[in-house]
Design a protein around this ligand. Sequence first.
Ligand code: PLP
Length: 371
Amino acid sequence: MSGKIRLSKSSVSQAEKDAVVKVLDKEYLGMGEEVKLFEEKIKNYLETSMDVVCVSTGTSALHLALSALGLKDGDEVLVPSLTYIASYQAISATGAKPISCEINPNTLFLDVDDAKAKITKNTKVIMPVHYASSSKGMDEVYELAQEFRLRVVEDAAQAFGSKRDGKLVGTQGDIICFSFDGIKNITSGEGGAILSNDKEFIQKVQDARLLGVEKDTDKRYASQRSWDFDVKEQGFRYHMSNIMASIGIVQLDRLEDFKIKRQNIAKKYVQAFRHIEQIQTLDFNFDEVLPHIFVIKVDKRDELREYLIANNIECGIHYKLNHLLSKYKTDYVLPITEKIYEDILTLPCHFDLTEMEQDIVINRIREFYNA
Ligand SMILES: *Cc1c(COP(=O)(O)O)cnc(C)c1O
């Protein structure tokens, strides 16, 4: 075996390199026609009626979305504790408070009953997370949102290309945020996108990504900019650059290949662990879910993890629980989430993982459990 088996990595072909050089040669690096094209291509790929707004990161997508909803000090956002710290920072950046919720132990998706129990008069938004790219349970989230008149911001950072009930994520719902960071399902280097059918919201987000300069997006797409403008809202410098978009466009063309590979890796793990009683896979349909990470629940997690690391196999724990961090510490406990945190382990899953490498991962795990 040569070197380490990687947990995750970007997959960059000659086509991405060529695309970047082409933008560099044009010497228009900021936000212009490539960004516009990437947005159009995302819309076409998803066959969605929603508008698509590309931004600098998945985190800035979430932050822009939440701030365009007018969140302010004292407002509350329901969110599972088991998520990347980005979800929490995006909420607290608006002044609102993340309210940490439990998860379903079989899908690790937001527990809607627990979320419901935590609704107060200050609750404005519910932010479910497409953990490991699955969003089974979203229908119940929308029912709850309707009952209590909450907006829904889907943290779909991990779910680009994933389906739910036969429909691609980003074709239905209120507000959807994707990430295109280096190791997500597709990458634009760094990057993110916000999707919605709410035209007023989209206009706000488009302006706010360019420092709040009103209607600057249209000008930039015509390779111009606004010299005479007004600003009424807080804005940010969160736009996407042409360099990033050019990478994203190529990656989008490669998505079908990425999808087949990642789903096959997941299916092979599921099959291999089926009869090992110390391992449980998540309740996902890998014909629909396009897994950004492959997570299992296991006995003796820390010992298994050390064993794999000692055998040159990278693995991860996604994620450190947010409600236990100093900044977001709660005065209540989340028993289900805290128990599950002790059991979860993320195994190598990326486009360039070879069959031989995956066989090694599986065999080492079998060895560990004498299975
Ligand atoms: C990756 C990720 C983000 C943030 O996206 P970036 O592009 O890295 O800023 C937010 N939430 C979740 C669940 C993620 O996995």
